[in-house]
Design a protein around this ligand. Structure first.
Ligand SMILES: *Cc1c(COP(=O)(O)O)cnc(C)c1O
Length: 417
């Protein structure tokens, strides 16, 4: 059998670990919540701060990364990661604000078609956005927001999604990868099924961008939103992104602002809005330059490694993790789908003592991710996790469970994790 050490030696991505600030003797398994800082990200943030120091106002047009077109130039480099054309993607906003922007733009409720379908397992912010958006349109979320249910509490079935696609539904909004169980939904099939019924489809890529390749354009997805601070390692509050299929680019932004203007006309300061041609139209105000800067460094790493290689290693790491945990600690219930095509970049284990187990892991220098009430998420990030690291996680977890050291920790919840 090939040992983890040997796998590390043959790993084409092994050298990327030294690009990241990984705390000594620590295994960081929480990159699906907040990715670690890379040296490139730090350097780009410093470079952008220097451009402010050096150029003052002229930084908008001077230097290596002029701020006025920074979002546009970065977006063209993010586009391949989501399988979109350059003009279909914009680095802007946050997941939640981009859901509002996309709904305000594409959702055009009529008497016959006015409902939005979401799912029972989605991240709360997405639900709050949809509910409040429906209210703004004079609709009652209790009637106009439909939820796909889950039979097992962890995953969704394609048939249950399709069942919700009734004639009065206008938009379907789902995550690509479910944030708790890590289930990857069949984006192409869902999009096809919805389009057959005349329903627009949006995906939240929070837990898939940077973990796997996408093909949004070819799959015909209407819109998508995501953040860059999880698998994309852009730092806390790093600016997010949106995608709008080019077939919708004639639509005026539901929430317009001057950064959605045609770049050649923006400084005419005309009160008549001249919409940018592509996804740039859905920007609102001045870009958050320092919250975008780290992504510039991070993108270099993705371009050098290639997203296919990242996905390949991620699948191997998560397979090893669930295999070792399954052997050593059978009392942890693996709730992530089995097939590679149906899972993202983390493995979720359920256990009634999950909160205390996570605290014990942290004390043992393994950084996990707890999701109330009973889920331990472990994300071995391809860029900075080795096969030996995964083995170490399983061994420490086994010792915590065997010696019941988790019982030394309180069950109280911290604000984060
Ligand atoms: C992380 C995450 C969010 C967070 O939204 P922000 O607006 O970036 O704070 C929203 N939805 C999902 C599914 C997430 O995983």
């Amino acid at each position: 059998m090939v040992t983890s050490k040997e796998r590390d030696q043959q790993d084409p991505l092994a050298e990327f670990k030294q690009e990241f600030f990984v705390e000594k003797d620590t295994v960081y398994m929480d990159g699906n919540s907040l990715g670690l800082m890379s040296r490139r990200a730090e350097a780009k943030l410093q470079a952008l701060m220097d451009s402010w120091k050096t150029f003052g106002i002229d930084g908008w047009t001077e230097g290596e990364h002029p701020w006025f077109t920074l979002a546009e130039t970065m977006s063209a480099r993010v586009a391949p990661l989501v399988g979109a054309r350059a003009h279909e993607v914009m680095v802007t906003g946050s997941i939640t604000s981009n859901i509002h922007q996309m709904l305000s733009t594409v959702f055009q409720p009529t008497k016959e078609r006015y409902a939005i379908v979401v799912d029972n397992l989605n991240f709360p912010s997405d639900i709050y956005a949809v509910e409040s958006h429906l209210r703004l349109r004079g609709l009652d979320p209790a009637e106009a927001m439909r939820k796909v249910g889950s039979k097992d509490g962890y995953t969704l079935l394609l048939d249950d999604i399709i069942e919700q696609l009734e004639d009065d539904v206008a938009v379907l909004l789902l995550p690509s990868v479910l944030y708790r169980s890590g289930q990857l939904l069949p984006i192409r099939e869902i999009t096809q099924a919805a389009h057959q019924k005349g329903i627009l489809v949006g995906f939240d890529l929070a837990h898939s961008i940077g973990a796997m390749p996408h093909e949004l354009h070819d799959a015909g997805v209407d819109f998508a939103v995501w953040c860059h601070y999880k698998y994309m390692n852009s730092g806390p509050g790093g600016t997010g992104g949106l995608y709008l299929h080019e077939r919708h680019h004639q639509l005026l932004p539901g929430n317009a602002g001057w950064f959605g203007s045609d770049k050649n006309r923006q400084f005419d300061m005309d009160h008549e809005f001249s919409k940018a041609q592509g996804a740039g139209a859905y920007q609102i105000g001045t870009p958050h330059i320092f919250s975008m800067a780290p992504l510039l460094g991070s993108l270099e790493l993705f371009e050098e490694a290639g997203i296919q290689a990242v996905r390949q290693k991620s699948l191997e790491l998560t397979s090893l993790l669930r295999q070792l945990v399954g052997q050593k600690i059978p009392e942890l219930v693996d709730v992530t789908p089995i097939n590679d095509e149906a899972r993202g970049g983390h493995i979720a284990f359920s256990h009634p003592e999950a909160a205390r187990i996570c605290k014990a892991l942290k004390e043992a220098k393994i950084v996990p991710d707890f999701r109330a009430p009973n889920i331990i998420r472990l994300a071995p990030i391809a860029f900075y996790t080795s096969f030996s690291d995964v083995e170490q996680v399983a061994e420490k977890l086994q010792s915590i469970m065997k010696n019941e050291t988790y019982k030394n920790f309180s069950n109280e919840r911290n604000v984060v994790a």
